[in-house]
Every structure is written in C-alpha cells, then in structure tokens.
Design a protein around this ligand. Structure first.
Ligand code: UD1
Ligand code: MG
Length: 450
C-alpha cells in the first residue's frame, strides 16, 4: 500500500517562549521536525509533505536539508491542526493510498508503531494512535464505544467526566487520502479554542457509519513537546534510551549519565566511551575504539582501534583510519588521517590528508586559511613532523620526510628530505651569567633611587 506523510509543523509553539519555531528546537542534535521526518521515513512514503507556517522559511530550510524531496506547503494562518492538514490537499491531489499525519512536535513515534497503524488502516477507515497517559494533563481524550473510537475531545472542551479518561490522543492519524480531505471538509471551528481540530474527523467518520480504530503504544513514544521543560524531559528520555542501546550493543560507558549522544550516533562493539564525551550529529565510531574523557565529536568517522582524547575535538570531515591516536587538545577538521598515525598533543589539523604511520609533533598547525580561502596540506607515509611546525598550506610533505621542530614550512618537501626553516642557533659563552648580574645591578640601583 502506498503511503504519504503529512507532518504538521506550522504552529508557533507559544509555550516555548521563543523566536525559533517550536519544531526547530533541537533534540539530540537535530530539530524536533527531523525526528518526526526520520520516523516517518521508515514507511518509505511516496510523498513527505511538511506543513510550515510560523517561521516557514526556516522550517523549509531545515526540512529540505534533511530530505531534499520533501514537499513544503504553507499554512498562512494557524487555524488549528485540521486546517493545517488540509493544506496538503493540493499536493496530494489524486493520491489514493494511506495518509499518515504526524505532528512535528512529537519526535519519538517508532517505526514499529507506524507500521502497526498502517496495518490497522487496512481494516478501518480512520486509525488514531493513542496511549495510556500517567498524567493526561492537556492531551485530547479518546472516547471509546466498545472497540471503536467514538470521538476525540480536546481538554478545553471536555466535561469533568471526559477529563477522567486516561486514554489520550497522540496526534497521529492514518486515513485513506481521498477520505481524509473529504472528512476535513466537514470539520468546523465551533469549540473552546475556535480552531479546526484534526481529531474531529473521528466523530464525523463515525456519524457517517465509517469504521474507526485505535492503535496504542507506550507513552514514551507519544511525548508531545510544548514547553522548554518538556523539551528537556524529552532530551533526558532520549539520552537514557541511547545509553541503554549502547550497553545492548556492547559499548562500555563508565559514567553513562555524562555521555551525550546525537540522534544518529553509531558506536561499535567493544568501544569504550569515557566520561563527559559529547557527540554532535553525524558520528560513527567503529568497534574497539576508545573515546577518552572530555572529547567532542561531530560529523566524523573513527575506525577501529583508534584512541581519541582526552580533550580532543573532531569536527566535520575528520576521518580517522585504524589505530590512529589523536591526543589531548588536538582539533581535527576535514582531514583524513592514515592508519597508525599519531597526533598526540596540542595540534590543529584542518583541510589535510595524512598518510600512514606518520608522527605529528606537539603544537603542529596546518595554517589552512589565508583570511579568504582555505588550502590543503598533504603529508605522506612515515613522515616525522617536528614539534611546533607551521605547515603553511597549500603544501606537500613527501613520504619518509622530516621537518625540524619550530619550522615554518611554506614550500613542498621532497620524500626522505629534512626541511628546516628556523634561525640557526648561536651560543655566547658566559653571557647568561653576565646578563643576570647586569640586570640585578640595575634593579638594585632603581630600589636605592626610590
Ligand atoms: C494536539 C491535539 C491533542 C493531542 C496532542 C498530542 C488537536 C486539536 N489536539 O494538541 O488532541 O493530545 O496534540 O500532542 O489536534 N499545528 C499546525 N498548525 C496549526 C496548529 C498546530 O501546523 O494551526 C501543528 C503544530 O506545529 C504542532 C502540531 O500541529 O506540531 C500540534 O499542535 P499543538 O498546538 O502542539 O497541539 P496540542 O495542543 O499539543
Ligand atoms: Mg503539542
């Protein structure tokens, strides 16, 4: 069965008290919207429609940078979730498969739950994802009639008796495309909020004698984020799950509560992640690696057996081959580091390619930026870069070459050559003692004078 996703993301999110649209607030390194897009993508939809409104340009950019094939439609006035869903009608014209409506502020709905909803939709006209809420608070309530869902009542409109219902609306709905827009046509805004409620399609479907059903999932999947407090609770829930998954996958975390994962972090078996490590988006660490304390990694790949940190920073495009060492206060950006190469102390390696079994001395810097353009540094295999070498890019250092410590290397170095570029050392016998005595005498004279 063909599916299309419609993700509602036009709301301002007043309760966030923010200039940023609610759905763009980050959770585990990605906007809330991207989490919803990612779980929806598991269904392999033929269309992914994002309904943007508040901060539409920003929402459009975030959606397209995650999935360039997403279709963005605008809801110019935020008149409610039903009105928002209706904005997808034009772009889904002629689509007769299952439409799944997701909320951009509900990031944790699992692929398994979505496929259960799709399955249920084969035998029912309208399927709603519900959950038993420990504290139903302001969620919409599902009013059942036997096994069928009779209607959904919003908290604001609910009677005292209805408010005691603990089976709540997640916001996720599945319905045949043609039918959905037909039902939405009948939704009005005669309610406490004066809004067009998407959940009202359930009551309308029932009144027409159609079949409705509820699929339930754990409350942890349906957490809707409306405030900063809920965002931080969601972050904590995400991190706890990510840490538990890491344990399951054979990863050692001696202080799990101090390690922060991103939505897409991949860590291999028998890797150790020491305390206070932070993963930004786009990190893969293969098996048997060690990420030592206080390191920060994003957009990088660490191959098996490598040791990173403590206090290392791997930025986007850092590619570490097997058994690489990146030590304390070393920053690597957009650079491929060959097998067994060591950059152990206080270095910046950016826009570079390093070969195998090369040693980069303490304090080495690839001077990659001339104030306008970035330039590349290429270092071969078995090279020895002396401490405090400045490699002024573009520059190439051949295999088995060496640079003398303190050198500023501005031109290419042949394989097997030693390059030195520093003032020659001169030595003046006895001069140190003479100088000290001279200075002491000067100080004594000053003190007598004052
Ligand atoms: C909604 C549901 C409620 C459910 C809860 C689950 C309605 C009327 N209520 O309430 O039953 O229990 O979610 O989290 O649907 N949006 C638009 N355009 C609009 C209004 C909202 O795109 O005009 C988007 C928002 O960006 C958000 C989503 O729809 O992503 C939900 O809106 P929100 O205002 O958070 O609804 P809730 O009050 O949480
Ligand atoms: Mg909400």
């Amino acid at each position: 069965m063909k599916t299309a996703l419609v993700i509602l993301a036009a709301g301002k999110g007043t309760r966030m008290n923010s200039d940023l649209p609610k759905v763009l607030h980050p959770l585990a390194g990605a906007p809330l919207l991207v989490h919803a897009m990612q779980s929806g993508a598991s269904l392999g939809p033929s269309h992914t429609v994002i309904v943007a409104g508040h901060g539409a340009e920003l929402v459009r950019k975030a959606a397209l940078s995650h999935d360039a094939s997403a279709i963005i439609v605008e809801q110019n006035e935020q008149l409610g979730t039903g009105h928002a869903a209706k904005q997808a009608q034009e772009v889904l014209k002629g689509f007769d498969g299952t439409v799944i409506v997701l909320f951009g502020d509900t990031p944790f709905v699992s692929p398994e739950t979505l496929s259960a909803i799709c399955d249920a939709q084969r035998s029912s006209d309208v399927v709603v994802l519900g959950f038993e809420a420990e504290d139903p608070a302001r969620y919409g309530r599902l009013v059942m009639d036997g096994t069928q869902l009779d209607r959904i009542v919003e908290f604001k409109d609910a009677s005292e008796a209805e408010r005691t219902i603990t089976l709540c609306n997640s916001g996720v709905v599945a319905c045949n495309g043609t039918l959905l827009f037909d039902l939405l046509q009948a939704v009005d805004n005669d309610n406490a909020a004066g809004e067009f409620y998407l959940p009202d399609i359930v009551g309308i479907a029932r009144a027409r004698g159609l079949k409705t059903a509820v699929v339930t999932c754990d409350e942890s999947e349906t957490l809707g984020i409306n405030s900063r407090a809920e965002l931080s609770a969601a972050e904590a829930a995400f991190q706890n799950r990510a840490r538990a998954d890491a344990f399951e996958n054979g990863v050692t975390l001696p202080a799990p509560e101090t390690v922060h994962f991103a939505f897409d972090t991949v860590v291999g078996r028998d890797t150790i992640i020491e305390p206070n490590v932070v993963f930004g988006p786009g990190v893969t660490v293969e098996s048997g690696a060690t990420i030592r304390a206080f390191s920060h990694l994003e957009g990088c790949h660490v191959a098996r057996g490598s040791i990173v940190g403590p206090y290392a920073r791997l930025r986007p495009g850092a590619e570490l081959s097997e058994n690489v060492r990146v030590g304390n206060f070393v920053e690597v950006k957009n650079a491929r580091i060959g097998t067994g190469t060591k950059i152990n102390h206080l270095s910046y390696i950016g826009d570079a390619t390093l070969g195998e079994h090369t040693n980069v001395g303490a304090g080495t810097i690839t001077c990659n930026y001339d104030g306008v353009l970035k330039h590349h540094t290429e270092i071969g295999n078995h090279v020895f870069i002396g401490s405090n070498t400045m490699l002024v890019a573009p520059v190439q250092i051949g295999d088995h070459a060496m640079t003398g410590s303190g050198s500023v290397i501005t031109s290419d170095v042949e394989p097997e050559a030693l390059a030195l570029s520093r003032a020659p050392q001169i030595e003046k016998p006895g001069m140190a003692t003479k100088l000290i005595n001279l200075l002491k005498a000067k100080k004594a004279k000053q003190q007598r004078g004052s």
